[in-house]
Design a binder for this molecule. Structure first.
Ligand code: GLA
Length: 379
C-alpha cells in the first residue's frame, strides 16, 4: 500500500474513533462506533434536573428522550428517498410539556387508560383515585408517571444504546396502594428497533398498567394521518359505553368499521365511528409472547412502523381531541387527526372486570412488558 494512502486510512480511522460521543465514561469498541448517546440539559422540574438524551444508530435513526415523564420527544427516520424526518408529535422545550401535554410521547401510569368512577375494590378494600376525565380516572390521575422526573442512566452495548429510567411511586400516590418501583428501559438497536422494557415490583397488591403514549405522524405532521395505512392483529375489541368505559363484552370487529385485519387507510371508514377511533383492541394471542400487534405505513413518505408487544391489548387513538390549539415542534399546528397513538397495554378498567386479563401486581411478583417499534420503508 502506498505510504500516503496508509496515512490517509490511519487518519480516517483515528478521526472516527474520536468522533464518538462520551457515553458515561464508557469507551466504545469498534462494534459500537456507529451507536451513540448524548446527554444535554433540558431544564428543572420539582427542583430536579431534567435531561434530553439523543440516541443514534448506525442507520442514522435518532431518538430523543427526556427523563421528565419518560417522554420520547423526537424520532427521526428516513423516508423513501432517504430524507430524515421527525415522525412523532411533541414540543421543542420542556416548558411547553409542563404547560400542556396531552401525553405526547410519555409513559402513562400507574394505570394507563380509564378506571370507572376512579374506584376499584381489591382484597375487600375499596380504593379511591382522582377522577380527572369526567367521572372517571385516566392515565394515572392528576400527576401520573407522565409528569414526574425519573432517575436516568445511560446504557450501551455492541448492538444498542439506551436509557434506564427508574421511579418509585410511593404508597398512596394518586390514591394507589403500595410502593411501586418502576423501571423503563428504552433501547435503540442497529436493527432500527426502539425497544421498551417496562418492569415493576410492589410491596402491596395494586393495579399496574403502563404504556408509552407516543403520537405518530409518518408525514412529519405536515398533514393529518387519515392517509396512513393501518393493520391491527385483533379479531375483537373491548366494547365501551358513552364514557369510554368497558361493558365487559368483547365483540368481533369483522364486518364493522373497527376491523383493521386487512390493512387500509384510516380515513376510509373513520366517519362511521362516532368521535373517531379511541378503542382498545384485544390482540389475537393465546400466550404472553412478543408478537406483531400493528403495522402503520404512510404511502406519502414511504415510512413504516411495525409494533410488537407482549401486552394483551392496544388502544388505537386517532388524535380526535387535537383541535388546532396546540402549536408543537417547529411551529407546526396539530389539528384533528394530526397524530395517532397505538398504546400497547392491558384493557381499560380491568380492576373492575374479573373476566379481563389480570392487572393486579402482588408483592414477590414482577410486572414485565416489552414493546418493540421496528422502523422501515414500505415495499
Ligand atoms: C388515550 C385515551 C384518549 C385520550 C388520549 C389523550 O388515548 O384513550 O381518550 O384521553 O389518551 O388525549
Amino acid at each position: 500500500m502506498k505510504p500516503f494512502l496508509r496515512m490517509f486510512i490511519l487518519l480516517f480511522l483515528g478521526a472516527s474513533l474520536f468522533s464518538c460521543h462520551d457515553s458515561g465514561g464508557k469507551h466504545e469498541t469498534a462494534d459500537t462506533l456507529t451507536l451513540s448517546i448524548m446527554k444535554s440539559p433540558f431544564g428543572f422540574v420539582d427542583n430536579k434536573e431534567v435531561f434530553l438524551y439523543t440516541l443514534t444508530n448506525q442507520n442514522d435513526i435518532t431518538v430523543k428522550i427526556t427523563n421528565y415523564g419518560g417522554i420520547i420527544t423526537q424520532i427521526w427516520t428516513p423516508d423513501k428517498d432517504g430524507n430524515p424526518g421527525d415522525i412523532v408529535l411533541g414540543y421543542d422545550s420542556l416548558q411547553e410539556y409542563l404547560d400542556n401535554n396531552p401525553y405526547f410521547g410519555a409513559i402513562v401510569g400507574r394505570y394507563a387508560n380509564r378506571i370507572a368512577k376512579g374506584t376499584f375494590t381489591l382484597d375487600g378494600k375499596t380504593h379511591t383515585l382522582a377522577t380527572n376525565d369526567g367521572n372517571n380516572h385516566l392515565h394515572g390521575g392528576e400527576k401520573g408517571f407522565d409528569k414526574v422526573v425519573w432517575d436516568s442512566k445511560e446504557i450501551q452495548d455492541s448492538s444498542y444504546v439506551g436509557l434506564d429510567l427508574t421511579y418509585l411511586s410511593k404508597d398512596g400516590e394518586e390514591g394507589y396502594p403500595g410502593n411501586l418501583s418502576v423501571k423503563v428501559t428504552y433501547l435503540l438497536t442497529n436493527n432500527d428497533e426502539l425497544k421498551t422494557v417496562i418492569t415493576a415490583t410492589t410491596d402491596q397488591a395494586c393495579p399496574v398498567n403502563l404504556c408509552n403514549h407516543t403520537y405518530f405522524n409518518l408525514s412529519k405532521a405536515d398533514t393529518n394521518v387519515l392517509g396512513h395505512i393501518l393493520s391491527i392483529v385483533a379479531a375483537q375489541l373491548t366494547n365501551v359505553d358513552n364514557e369510554m368505559i368497558p361493558t365487559s363484552d368483547l365483540p368481533p370487529v369483522a364486518g364493522t368499521p373497527m376491523d383493521f385485519n386487512t390493512p387500509h387507510q384510516i380515513g376510509t371508514r373513520i366517519h362511521h365511528v362516532k368521535g373517531g377511533y379511541d378503542h382498545n383492541y384485544v390482540l389475537d394471542k393465546t400466550e404472553k409472547d412478543l408478537s406483531l400487534a400493528a403495522t402503520l405505513s404512510d404511502p406519502k413518505s414511504g415510512r413504516k412502523v411495525k409494533i410488537y408487544t407482549t401486552q394483551p391489548g392496544i388502544q388505537f387513538y386517532s388524535g380526535n381531541f387535537l383541535d388546532g390549539t396546540i402549536k408543537g415542534k417547529e411551529e407546526k399546528v396539530y389539528k384533528k387527526h394530526y397524530g395517532l397513538c397505538l398504546e400497547t397495554q392491558h384493557y381499560p378498567d380491568s380492576p373492575n372486570h374479573s373476566k379481563f386479563p389480570n392487572t393486579i401486581l402482588r408483592p414477590g411478583e414482577e410486572y414485565r412488558e416489552i414493546t418493540v417499534y421496528k422502523f422501515g420503508i414500505m415495499n
